[in-house]
Design a protein around this ligand. Sequence first.
Ligand code: F6P
Length: 749
Amino acid sequence: MRLSLRFIIPLVLALAGLAYAMVPLVDQLTLQWFMRDLDTRSTLISNTVQEPLADLVRAGNRTRIIRYFTGITRDERVYAMAFCASPQDKPVATLSLPKEIRCADLDKFAAPSEHLLTSDQGPLHVTVKPLEAEGVFLGRIAIVHDMSFIARRTEETKKYLFYFFVVLGAMVSFITVVIAQLSWRGWVQGMRALLRGEGLLRPSGRTDLPELRPIARDLRALIRDIEAEHRPRDEHQMAWTPATLRAILHGELRGQDVIVVSNREPYIHVRAGEIIAIHHPASGLVTAMEPIMRACSGTWIAHGSGSADREVVDRRDRIPVPPEKPAYQLRRVWLSAEEEAGYYYGFANEGLWPLCHIAHVRPTFRTSDWEYYVKANRIFAQAVEQESKSKDPIVLVQDYHLALLPRMIRDALPAATVITFWHIPWPNPEAFAICPWREELLDGLLGSSILGFHTQFHCNNFVDTVDRLLEARVDREMFNVSYRGKLTAVKRYPISIEWPPSPPLVAKAAERCKVEVRERHGLPRDQAIGVGVDRLDYTKGIEERFRAVERLLELQPQWIGKFTFVQIAAPSRSSIEQYQEYDARVRAMAERINKRFAAGGGYAPIVLKVEHHEPPEVYEYYRAANLCFVSSLHDGMNLVAKEFVSSRDDDRGVLVLSQFTGAARELPEAIIVNPYDTDQCAAALHMALSMSEDEQRDRMRLMRGLVGEFNVFRWAGRMLIDAAGMRRHGRLLERTAAADSLPTGTHRA
Ligand code: F6P
């Protein structure tokens, strides 16, 4: 509105000024029109009076001539009439004849331009016409018209003209403002679409707007420049450390607090009699996120699942962590046993987990589980609202437990930047479509600003799924999805681990680890050791791994008694039937194989340790081993592979890695295997055990180089840099929207 007035008022004033400037011109014109009119009238009168006046003149009757003239001057405009027989005579005239009109002076009114007489009576128009009868000149007639009406008319005309221009000005302004509004809106929406990467589309349809192309090019270049300016250094040249991450947060993101949300908490307080112990869960997610939070501070919201969790939090359910050197806040949310059973064990782990992993376990979907899943996501969403200190926090949503959370956050905090990371594989559209709540899950995830997966393959699967199941616009060039008026970027961020590893994890020399581990298990000093570290989960291929060990001993019996495989298996999701069955099968298989190769002696090729191990213990096994075997049947990334590499600062040890892990794409120097191919796996184990130290070193160095470079700080840093870029784009759009909304105050993005 203000913009319209700013535009209309000057325009109306300009037009009023124009009207004012035109008044003399209009005066002139109307005067000419009226003079011409009076000339015509005078000619008419003269023609009309010729005969009767000639008769009266011939009769010499002055009185009758005057009476005749007086009759004519009753017409309101004919002011006076006179007759002059010769220049020397006195005029025979009506009493109203001005004294300036004398018979001797009639010639001076001959020319049309000189018909105007300014007398004491006001402006008069004087026409002189000859009086003739039968070709004989009898004298001249002076016809005088009153011109005061012209002045009156001119005044009126001026007035109307002025009003006309004012109204015209208002109309022109109004039309111009309406057209400008419409085209500005179109332009702005076009620009917005461009900035969102939707191309040059008209808001109404899908037509190209050629007039925007050059502006779009400039704008994109400008944004690129700004981005380049803000990018601290070339990403590829940077050493990614906690300090780099902090620099991004404080520079790119202006000190914004980061909120992480996950189901699993990084520290679990467990009551053990009189004392409260702290557990670090066996979770790739926690392994990756914890160093990030230590670097960034902020708040981590997670389910308080430990038996003593409630005892240690403050009034607001918070506790500063890590316990030894607090760097961030852990905010716990509480779920009842039923909620946990439905949401975590049921929908997340009996439904989504097998749905997303090709491990040949059927997903189970129950309506009651779904209802708890929705409820639990809402509980997490409320916690996010409570913990955010601003309207636009950066929220990092983790994993498949919280697929509905991004949308809930978007609804509650529309300006938030929501980065969701899906830690497990995303299946193909056919597989995903069997979920009865597929649309709801996709809708929830598309509340994210950025949705990340470990591999491009999973990004492709997700985008294909959206394309198949939702009314959304998928841009495969930019790799984003436009849904419900918002854009979600779908990106690949291969997760990683802290680099260099935390010093306590590698404090004990590798040689010492070898000795101690062998002693612990009563093994000879030169015993070859293989290690597997997993949650006891059917996706991890532990049975396949044991089968490969068995086959190795069958095919290469020289390893009988010389090779021991230590499997660390953290109990996981034990209240789910399929996990209980898996646990039983794994134990039985280990027992069977051990029996088979015991040969009466104390040899057990497999040491199965189904118990929780703290990270330093796990690292001790990594460092003690000749090989690490990761045989997942399907795994988003698998951080055990990267942890093993990071633990081997002695450049020794061989990684045998399933081709069905995300890690296999990054670590080709590992021996890559198909865990379903038992003979191949057995051959890989033999190859690993026989590998020369030089080859081990060469392979390990290459892998360490990669994990060091593509560490977890880079993983998080790239997401935060992308989020910062999005926020800049968002601010640019907001500014455009603000400019757009000024005239009407109604239009908002
Ligand atoms: O792979 C998905 C994931 O969330 C991992 O990050 C982690 O290793 C595992 O699942 C943890 O499972 P849970 O939290 O159920 O113990």
